[in-house]
Design a protein around this ligand. Sequence first.
Ligand SMILES: [Zn+2]
Length: 90
Amino acid sequence: MFKKQQNRERKRTFKPERWSGILRKKKCKFCTDKGIGIDYLDHQLLRRFTTERGKILPSRFSGTCARHQRKLTKAIKRARNAGILPFLAE
Ligand SMILES: [Zn+2]
């Protein structure tokens, strides 16, 4: 119970202005369009789910569902190790 309260507190203090350019519709892109597969070699797709600094976008901003977010995270991490995506962009 205490942990839940803490999480809510953190969400409230989170400043959304920084994410304004990234904030978009709240629907899972991969669920709505079944044709899109998550492939770690598809850097154009993966880049859309990272910030300009290379961080993985939280699902509450991208609207990706938990199942696809998990796949996406794996793909992005794999792409980083393969040198396709940067760990940290300058
Ligand atoms: Zn989905």
